[in-house]
Design a protein around this ligand. Structure first.
Ligand SMILES: [Zn+2]
Ligand SMILES: [Zn+2]
Length: 646
């Protein structure tokens, strides 16, 4: 008998040679069905691995990250097996997993059509149900080459020939299909139940366009039917919500070849949103005692030498321009300018913290292949600020920044977020990281304490810090579960020294302040891209580019419609008057298509009563209101930045 220690600390005696699947079975039939992979002494292993000595054991269902990845991997193999059954002449290559999905590349003569995908999927269902055992085996490189040569799988042979000949390879076999893989895998194909093939595309072998074009099939799998259903629904929804598509339909932004790739043009609708975001930021920052500043887009190269940007960041900067014999650059970041504003007058401890904020426009070089809608652009307007403070003030300042994030998340109905605390690594000191181990430990501890005491969800990542201090990377998820990188908060204890930033402390001694870089709303580009997808274009009233559509039933009431428009514009409400001669039904449909939140329908009765008939998207006809009543109602909703629907 051997002793198996489970994660809750309990110990089970089992017969030597039992497998994790056997242990799951002992615990209960539910777990036996749902378990897909295990960890033995913290190593991921297959469920049919024989346990021969005392060990710790963790069991993972398909709902866990480990289990899901195993399912995805196993399904990629199942798909390859199905393709080989249907197209014996197809050559297999590689099939990795990516977030929530997998793909496999095949060399075939004819690209796979949608109908073929369906056929492959049915074959997979049949193969899964047949309950094939999946076995792991270890073989030498030489034997592996022999085997794959014998079945004419030239790509596999090419892959293996790149591997050190002394290494031992692992393979996974289900019936007649063997593939090279590190594993782990599910132990039986019957554990693969809820899968779907998603799409196909061409892909060059090894990503090199000089190589042959292969056919890639994407697919996904989940351990529960409802999870698969939700994922597929979200995929469909994500296509509809794509910010590039909706941004165009709602006239928010555009790109123009003659302006240049990655340089968005903000249309009036997008600009209205930008103004709302800036108003929100300014209002919030004023309450938190920030001072607004403005800085130029052009700067001498010597400043970027001092800041280290030319040394560490040059490949993201645009080339220098010569102005009167001096090199100037367009700015990639606002920090050096804010440092210069700080040092423009002497500071005492009484002046600190100094909080300088600016929606700063920066320019960064992104490779043209990397450009992506509003998510990766070459000109960006950043919700930037730098806080200069004493060590004593640091924790409080950092906490306030983190709380500002939460305040914004609430306004935008962002329910899921994560914060990653990026730390230095000891072996990077002096090279990747400023060589000041004590300051690293101290500031890292402060940040950790702030996050812990503030009750923030966070994970830690060693070796991911910036050159000059720890940072927090913030990810947010849209309403349909798509992940976005939003912003970064950085602690900086090196640059203030480089810039000779100082303050006089209580004893009259010169001290260097700490600097916090923060940008909770990221850049307008990325944040509006996120908001478009998050709200699916159905923005809350305060943020909507067009807030109200005034729809006169006939030309007889055009003068009254104009009166209502004027009154609402007095309140700074963004109104569109539809004075076309269309029927009212067509006007309503048009407004619905433009996702306009509030529709005011005006006929002769409304004109005589000085009222409006109010129709809201999602709510339909709400009833009649006096113009005065309507004005108060809308103003309040806008002022409170109410979420229109959730
Ligand atoms: Zn595999
Ligand atoms: Zn900065």
């Amino acid at each position: 008998m051997i002793k198996i220690t489970l994660p809750d600390g309990s110990v089970r005696d089992v017969v030597a040679g039992s497998t994790p699947q056997d242990v799951a079975h002992d615990i209960g039939p539910g777990l036996a069905r749902s378990v897909v992979v295990a960890k033995v002494d913290r190593q991921l292993v297959d469920l049919n691995k024989k346990l021969v000595e005392d060990c710790s054991l963790e069991l993972f269902t398909g709902g866990t990250a480990e289990g899901h990845d195993t399912l995805l991997h196993s399904t990629a193999h199942l798909m390859a097996q199905a393709v080989k059954k249907l197209f014996p002449e197809a050559k297999v290559t590689i099939g990795p997993t990516i977030e929530n999905s997998f793909y496999y590349d095949f060399d075939v003569d004819t690209p796979f059509s949608d109908d073929v995908l369906k056929t492959i999927e049915s074959k997979m269902k049949e193969l899964a149900k047949s309950g094939q055992e999946i076995f792991r085996e270890e073989i030498s490189v030489e034997k592996a080459i022999d085997y794959f040569e014998s079945i004419d799988e030239s790509y596999k042979v090419e892959i293996i020939k790149d591997i050190d000949p002394n290494e031992v390879l692992s393979t996974y076999t289900q019936t007649d299909f063997m593939d090279l893989c590190r594993g782990p895998h599910v132990s039986n194909t019957s554990k693969i139940k809820y899968f779907k093939l998603l799409s196909t595309s061409g892909a060059y072998w090894r990503g090199n366009e000089k190589n042959k074009m292969l056919q890639r099939i994407y697919g996904t799998v989940f351990s529960r039917k409802e999870d698969l259903k939700e994922y597929l629904h979200n995929l469909e929804e994500a296509k509809k919500r794509d910010h590039r598509k909706l941004g165009k339909e709602l006239s928010i932004f555009t790109f123009d070849d003659e302006v240049g790739a990655g340089l968005p043009l903000w249309l009036p609708n997008g600009t209205a949103m930008i103004e709302q975001l800036e108003t929100l930021a300014k209002e919030t920052e004023k309450k938190s005692m920030y001072s607004q500043v403005r800085t130029p887009h052009l700067t001498k190269g010597s400043l970027y030498e001092k800041s280290g940007h030319l040394k560490h960041y040059k490949e993201s900067m645009y080339p220098a321009m010569d102005i009167d014999g001096t090199e100037y650059y367009v700015k990639p970041m606002n920090c050096p300018h804010h440092h210069k504003i700080y040092s423009s007058s002497p500071k005492s401890y009484r002046d600190l913290p100094v909080r300088l904020s600016e929606y700063g426009t920066c320019y960064r070089y992104e490779k043209s292949g990397q450009l992506f809608g509003l998510m990766r652009v070459r000109s960006l307007q950043m919700n930037d600020a730098h806080i200069y403070c004493t060590e004593k003030q640091f924790k409080n300042e950092f906490l306030n920044v983190c709380n500002m994030y939460l305040y914004y998340f609430k306004i935008f109905n962002i329910k899921k977020y994560s914060m990653r605390l990026s730390l230095h690594s000891k072996d990077g000191l002096g090279e990747k990281y400023v060589n000041d181990p004590k300051l690293w430990t101290t500031t890292e501890n402060w940040v950790r304490e702030v996050l812990t005491d503030g009750g923030f969800d966070f994970i830690e990542a060693e070796g991911e810090a910036a050159f000059y201090g720890p940072k927090i990377d913030v990810q947010v998820w849209s309403a349909i579960g798509k992940e976005f990188t939003l912003a970064t908060n950085q602690v900086d204890f090196a640059v203030p020294r480089k810039f000779n930033l100082t303050y006089k402390d209580e004893n009259g001694d010169e001290k260097t302040p700490l600097c916090i870089h923060r940008a909770p709303l990221g850049t307008h580009e990325r944040f509006i891209g996120f908001l478009i997808e998050h709200f699916g274009g159905n923005f809350p009233l305060w943020l909507a580019p067009i807030q109200v559509a005034v729809l006169p039933v006939s030309d007889k009431v055009l003068d009254y419609a104009q009166e209502v428009v004027d009154e609402l514009r007095q309140l700074d409400i963004r109104v569109f008057l539809n004075n076309r001669s269309d029927k009212i039904g067509a006007k309503i449909r048009q407004s619905e298509l433009e996702k306009i939140n509030i529709m005011l329908i005006l006929g002769v009765n409304e004109k005589n009563e000085k009222s409006v008939s109010l129709r809201r998207r999602f709510d339909g006809d709400v009833g009649k209101f006096q113009v005065q009543e309507l004005k108060e109602m809308l103003s309040l909703e806008i002022k409170n930045r109410r979420l229109t629907h959730s």
